[in-house]
Design a protein around this ligand. Structure first.
Ligand code: FCB
Length: 409
């Protein structure tokens, strides 16, 4: 979601970041040799094929079919970028960008239409096997998000995430993913932005499943998600880690903008917003805030390598996206300073997004892509934007264009 939905923990982190370390201007413009670059998408935002080949309905299908008025222009993910059929083209775009990893998510209901192991949908498994194999054949590592907000509707019928039993379902789903794909996947992410998607249990029309239980449903959901994460982690650690890779844990962070807050109270009662005890004053693209946040993470979670799992800028249409280039280069410069000057162990950076896609209730008119997708053409052709050229150079050379940097830093 856009910066308006930055999770609470990040808001608090940002407050600290504003009083953080002083910025040192001198730094090398090269990332370490083994630094990992990538681009990201999520299943509901790009796959389409919402009811093809045995896929089950999920909570975003349900919400945007029943309530087209919740999204801009009534847009939904029925077709999206049609990556279900065009994944080979997507991989060629990734290859042209020179990425090391592709972060994508698995649609739970495409594999388990009812959310449970009763029905295992082989075409869904085949799709992700094909995608993973295509990536590897092109020298790109899969980075798999197990849950990027598209819960099977069947599990919402029993209450969704506020029901603690969802942790059991998630662990069985995780086991299936490790069994089916773990021989080739070295990067697993359990949940994308829990603090964002539990918002689906606190308000109407913003995020699925659109349940109005502010300050109760969202906390219950968050509790289940934390337990589900911990149990899936333990499952992997105890039963898969040794056999499948010599992997290591990492701290994944999505970051879009810095929020400036002061103490106070806002939001309805009860609500998570109110409980933070903060009032939002301003939101800005402020790369130094990101650098300071990375320093804060290193201090709070010592010993963990950090991967920036999303970073990007929303713009309007057009392929001459100078604003996106400026954003990426200045944020990458902040990462570089955190690594080279401050010694923060950031080992990777994944841009959001590979291509324009369904920005949830923001619809298709909100653009985050390195590639443009023409949603008016039924073939959904992809065209590289200017940012794809600049980011491709950065990904391949692991260097920032210093001349460009000097023009605006
Ligand atoms: C993040 C989401 C991602 C995308 C970006 C713009 O919060 O994880 O799916 O919508 O925002």
């Amino acid at each position: 979601m856009d910066p308006g939905h930055v999770p609470t923990v990040m808001i608090l982190a940002v407050v600290l970041s504003l009083v953080g370390t002083a910025v040192t201007q001198q730094h090398a413009a090269s990332f370490p040799e083994d630094f990992i670059f990538g681009a990201a998408t999520a299943s509901y935002q790009v796959e389409g094929a919402w009811n093809e080949d045995g896929k089950g309905e999920n909570i975003w299908d349900r919400m945007l079919h029943e309530h087209p008025e919740y999204s801009s222009n009534g847009d939904n993910g029925d077709v999206a970028c049609d990556s279900y059929h065009k994944y080979q083209e997507d991989v060629q775009m990734l290859k042209a960008l020179g990425v090391d990893v592709y972060r994508f998510s698995i649609s739970w209901a495409r594999i388990l239409p009812t959310g449970d192991l009763d029905v295992i949908n082989q075409p869904g498994i085949d799709y992700y096997n094909n995608l993973i194999n295509e990536l590897l054949a092109n020298g790109i590592q899969p980075m798999v998000t197990m849950y990027h907000w598209d819960l099977p509707q069947a599990l919402q019928y029993i209450g969704g995430w506020p029901n603690p039993i969802l942790a059991d379902y998630f662990v069985e789903y995780a086991r299936l993913l490790f069994d089916e794909f773990g021989d080739r996947v070295r990067w697993w992410i359990t949940f994308n932005e829990p603090a964002s998607f539990v918002g689906g249990y606190s308000s109407v029309g913003v995020a699925a499943p659109s349940q109005n239980a502010s300050g109760i449903g969202d906390y219950l959901a968050a509790h289940t998600v934390l337990r589900a994460h911990a149990r899936a982690y333990r499952l992997y650690d105890e039963q898969y880690r040794a056999a499948q890779n010599g992997t290591s844990d990492f701290f994944g962070i999505n970051h879009y903008a810095t929020k400036f807050v002061i103490s106070g109270e806002e939001g309805i009662s009860p609500s998570m917003t109110r409980d933070t005890g903060t009032v939002l004053v301003d939101t800005q693209n402020y790369p130094t805030g990101f650098r300071n946040l990375l320093n804060w993470i290193a201090a709070e979670y010592p010993g963990y390598q950090v991967v920036v799992t999303e970073n990007g800028l929303r713009t309007g249409a057009g392929i001459n996206d100078t604003d996106r280039i400026e954003y990426y280069v200045s944020y990458l410069d902040a990462v570089l300073q955190a690594v080279n000057t401050d010694g923060v162990p950031v080992i990777g950076y994944v841009a959001w997004s590979l291509m324009d896609n369904l920005e949830w209730t923001g619809g298709f008119s909100v653009k985050f892509g390195l590639y443009e997708v023409d949603f008016d053409d039924p073939d959904l052709p992809r065209t590289p934007k200017a940012s794809a050229g600049v980011m491709g150079d950065i990904f391949r050379t692991k260097q920032l264009p210093t001349d460009f940097l000097q023009s605006f830093v």
